[in-house]
Every structure is written in structure tokens, then in C-alpha cells.
Design a protein around this ligand. Structure first.
Ligand SMILES: N[C@@H](CCC(=O)N[C@@H](CS)C(=O)NCC(=O)O)C(=O)O
Length: 214
């Protein structure tokens, strides 16, 4: 099986990098330089008109969206238990992935680029403030879910990887995350995983390559 992950540093494509690694999958990574707008190049648009990462290509077939990609990883490498085995818990995990993707990520995107929501420059601070409030509300929920637990479920699963990315992105925006001690502890624990260490080393390597080529 030939697996290729289209990825860019910092982005939510970090999450499937982690789940594929946790699953023991052999995969190739195609890193895009967003600063050079490689995700909007005609070549990439021809593969993925959404101009987003992650994109997974499996034996020539394309799969976009984190929620679907993690499920593919879970089904393809069942022994890795990337999603809980129990059908109800599995759906709870899919629900959490959708929450990360649809309920948290869009607010992170607004903080990163308020002009995508409103072109008025004077609106930018308000958009960021409202998005930060939504992030805090969501992290409060996550903090309660993680109370007394190492992971969202009884072992590492895809929502841990996806939420790890959400929390990491929030740390990069200088938000006050101090009220979310359980999320912070989860974030610290995730850093100890071999998959995350591999990812962070890979990210650094790619960022260095991109900086040298700039
Ligand atoms: N719902 C998608 C979101 C993917 C997404 O928004 N990716 C961002 C990076 S975090 C991206 O590629 N943005 C580039 C763009 O929108 O042009 C998923 O969860 O896979």
C-alpha cells in the first residue's frame, strides 16, 4: 500500500502525521510551504481544489478532512486502536474529532486570519476577541473531559492527536491558557509520546529546509 500525506508545518496535518505514526504505518510526506502559497499552486489545486492540508493519498485515491483520515487510519490498522473498539465509544470519538475540526479549528483560523471573516481592518481585534472567547469556552469543556484522565478515552486515540494540535495552535496565539490545567497536562503528556517527538523533529527539519530555500 502506498500512503502519502500532504502536510505543512504548524497546520492540522500534524494530527494525521501522529495517528499514522502511532498506527505504525509506512507513509511518505509531501510538505507544502504555505509561505510560498504552494497549497494554492495550480499543481496542488489540481489534486485538492480545497487548497488545504491534510490530504491523504492511498494507492492513488484521495481523502481529505481530518475526521475521515483518522477513521481510515483506524480501520486500516485496527490493532493500533486509533479509535476505541466499543462501537458507542468509537462514535463518541468521531464526535470529538468533528468537534475539534468544526467546533474549535474555525475559531483558531479566525484568530490567525480575521480578514477571512471580515475585510474591515478595524474589525480584526473584535473578531480575534470573540474567537478567543469561543476557544476558552471549548477548552473549558475539554478540561472537564480530561479531569482525572490521561487521555480522552482509556488509551491514546485520534481525538488526543487532534486536540493536541488545537491546543498547540492556541499556545501560538498568546492566549491565556492557564485556567485549563488538565488540557495543559494532556498537552505535556502528548509531548512525551514517540509519535509526537518524531513529528516535532520532522517539523523542525522541514522548517529549516523551507528557510534555507527562501
Ligand atoms: N476541516 C479540515 C480543515 C483543514 C484546514 O483548514 N487546513 C488548513 C491548515 S490548518 C489549511 O490547509 N489552510 C489553507 C487554506 O485554507 O488555504 C480538516 O480538519 O482536515
Amino acid at each position: 500500500m502506498n500512503i502519502k500525506l500532504y502536510y505543512a508545518p504548524i497546520t492540522c496535518a500534524l494530527a494525521p502525521y501522529v495517528t499514522l505514526t502511532e498506527a505504525g504505518a509506512e507513509f511518505e510526506v509531501e510538505a507544502l510551504d504555505f509561505k510560498k502559497e504552494q497549497h494554492k499552486s495550480p499543481e496542488y489545486l489540481a489534486i485538492n481544489p480545497k487548497h488545504k492540508v491534510p490530504l491523504l493519498i492511498v494507492d492513488g485515491r484521495k481523502l481529505t478532512e481530518n475526521v475521515a483520515i483518522h477513521q481510515w487510519v483506524a480501520r486500516t490498522f485496527p490493532e493500533a486502536q486509533i479509535l476505541p473498539e466499543d462501537p458507542w465509544l468509537e462514535l463518541q470519538a468521531v464526535s470529538m474529532l468533528s468537534w475539534c475540526s468544526g467546533g474549535i479549528h474555525p475559531f483558531l483560523s479566525r484568530i490567525n486570519a480575521p480578514s477571512r471573516v471580515c475585510q474591515l481592518r478595524e474589525a480584526a481585534d473584535d473578531i480575534r476577541r470573540a474567537a478567543a472567547e469561543a476557544i476558552y469556552e471549548n477548552f473549558e469543556i475539554a478540561d472537564r473531559l480530561l479531569d482525572g484522565r490521561d487521555h480522552f478515552f482509556d488509551h491514546f486515540t485520534a481525538p488526543d492527536a487532534h486536540f493536541f494540535w488545537c491546543f498547540r495552535r492556541a499556545t501560538q496565539f498568546g492566549l491565556d491558557l492557564s485556567p485549563f490545567g488538565n488540557c495543559q497536562a494532556h498537552f505535556d503528556r502528548m509531548h512525551l509520546r514517540a509519535s509526537v517527538q518524531k513529528l516535532l523533529a520532522f517539523e523542525k527539519e522541514i522548517q529549516t529546509q523551507f528557510a534555507e530555500a527562501a
